[in-house]
Design a protein around this ligand. Structure first.
Ligand code: PHE
Ligand code: NA
Length: 500
């Protein structure tokens, strides 16, 4: 095409960007709860096993595809074998779904950073819960709603404008610089927040609750599934992000050692978040604000429990502001990586420049996001999109991408590529781990689909689950196939791999 592929200026910039993608809401609000629910300290055993045998091998797999074929997910898979192009589009469309709701969570967190200063969310768990669902989201009982909440609409629009500005600046000046600045800032703020939590009364009880191992969980297969699920989600592997970022690396880049740095940084951040979150909850339990049985993850942790904790902690304004600022920083750098998957694919297919590609993708996505998220039913829509895109979409994308590449006999070539550029070489154990990963992914997918079919999701009305759950999955499949049959502009796909 007429536009040379953009590049990160150095490997370190890439590593920051990859850490920025990996470290997100999953580290802060998902890991602590999943670990607590699944055996505490003992959960670290399946977690580390999942990291070493599935997370890192899959990270290497994504890098090997993106870096070898130097293209967005659909074009990279097409260059591997033209039949594989739809896999890339499925990944792009799952990213579309995630981007639509991720913007809303970042917007909520931004409001809550501000609310922490005057603590208008109240102080008891009851008050903070009803503030979030009532005053803030203005939730309704209907299935679908077009009642918009003004403040939330404005903040989601701001998140999208920020996304457009960063991505229009391009790979190095936008994504690279943002992460070089935001990731160190995030680490500093987060460490201050954790120390703040650790010095409160009750913090040590929290750590005891968090780390005390329940070894009996090791024989429970659901705990192992939870560990693999956490690792896939947390490393952002299997659905195009790492393919896209690694396509912007120079020819000669040590891929495997970069991957190890990214993977271990992400896990370190996760364990640190567990310590901070449970020290905080320990304080709130100590202060009589809640019981250990009431511990929640996700939205409940960030928007019900934390506000209650902030209201009862000395200098809670500072603590609350730090916590929500960290959510915004971690979320925004992940958001950027998700949207770039889409922009990169559209630019490859249509051969458009960076600014046009950014606008072609972001304006429609922002409009969809603004139509669905700030309404009185936004939370339910978001929750359903999140469950189906993560538990079915990401898992299925990871599964079919490894399986297809393996069945076509292309894995040895990918291994050779990794080894040709990296200092830390992968051997045949890589194939064994990928095979095991396929098995785990298939089992996980089977149980998830069965549960959603049998039980629905979260007692939500069928119309809601059919629209934002199964409907979204059907949209990915149909649109993914349709995009595959759209012609490439200027035969870009035929030009082979640039710079080989
Ligand atoms: N890896 C991110 C986290 O741990 C989550 C994420 C999901 C990022 C999807 C990008 C896309 O929070
Ligand atoms: Na993560």
């Amino acid at each position: 095409g007429k536009f040379a592929r953009e590049k990160f200026s150095s490997r370190n910039v890439f590593v920051f960007a990859a850490i920025g993608s990996a470290v997100g809401l999953g580290n802060i609000w998902r890991f602590p709860y999943v670990a607590f629910e699944n055996g505490g300290g003992a959960f670290l055993v399946p977690y580390v096993v999942a990291l070493l045998t599935a997370g890192i091998p899959l990270l290497f797999f994504d890098y090997s595809i993106g870096h070898r074929f130097r293209a967005s997910a659909p074009l990279a898979f097409r260059r591997l074998n033209r039949k594989l192009e739809p896999i890339g589009w499925f990944q792009v469309l799952v990213s579309v779904i995630i981007a639509v709701y991720y913007a809303a969570i970042i917007g909520w967190a931004a409001w809550y950073a501000y609310f922490s200063l005057d603590q208008r969310f109240g102080s008891s768990l009851e008050e903070t819960t009803s503030f979030f669902t009532g005053d803030f989201l203005q939730m309704s009982e209907e299935s679908f709603s077009f009642d918009f909440v003004g403040n939330i609409t404005i903040m989601i629009a701001i998140v999208w404008i920020g996304t457009i500005v960063v991505l229009a600046l391009g790979v190095q000046k936008g994504i690279g610089r943002l992460n070089q600045f935001f990731i160190p800032l995030l680490i500093i703020l987060f460490v201050i927040m954790v120390i703040f939590a650790l010095v409160q009364d009750g913090a040590m009880d929290g750590l005891n609750q968090f780390f005390t191992p329940d070894w009996s969980v090791l024989t429970n297969y659901q705990v192992w599934i939870a560990a693999y699920g956490q690792i896939f989600f947390s490393l952002s592997v299997g659905f195009g992000i790492m393919i896209t970022y690694s396509s912007y690396l120079k020819r000669k880049t040590n891929l495997t050692s970069s991957g190890l740095v990214v993977a271990f940084s992400n896990s370190a951040f996760e364990v640190l978040a567990g310590i901070g979150v449970f020290a905080g909850i320990g304080f709130l339990v100590h202060a009589g604000g809640m019981a250990w049985d009431d511990v929640q993850g996700g939205v409940g942790l960030a928007f019900f429990t934390f506000p209650a904790l902030i209201a009862s902690m000395p200098a809670g304004e500072v603590f609350g502001f730090l916590f929500f600022a960290c959510l915004v920083l971690a979320g925004f750098t992940s958001m950027i990586s998700i949207v770039e998957v889409v922009i990169s694919a559209v630019r490859d297919k249509l051969d458009v420049n960076r600014v046009n590609g950014t606008l072609i993708v972001c304006v429609p996505l922002a409009i969809i996001s603004l139509l669905l998220m700030p309404t009185a039913t936004g939370l339910m829509t978001l929750d359903t999109l999140d469950a189906f895109s993560n538990q079915i979409g990401i898992v299925a994308c990871a599964l079919i991408s490894i399986l297809a590449v393996a069945l076509m006999g292309k894995l040895p070539g990918q291994r050779d590529h990794l080894n040709a550029v990296s200092s830390w070489r992968v051997g045949n154990t890589w194939f064994v781990f990928l095979a095991a990963t396929v098995v785990v992914l298939a089992i996980t997918l089977f149980f998830t689909v069965r549960d959603f079919v049998v039980d629905g999701y979260e007692e939500y009305p069928d119309a809601v689950v059919n629209t934002w759950g199964w409907g979204a999955i059907a949209m990915v499949l149909i649109l993914g196939i349709a995009l595959t049959f759209t012609p490439w502009k200027k035969g870009l796909e035929l030009t082979g791999v640039p710079g080989l």
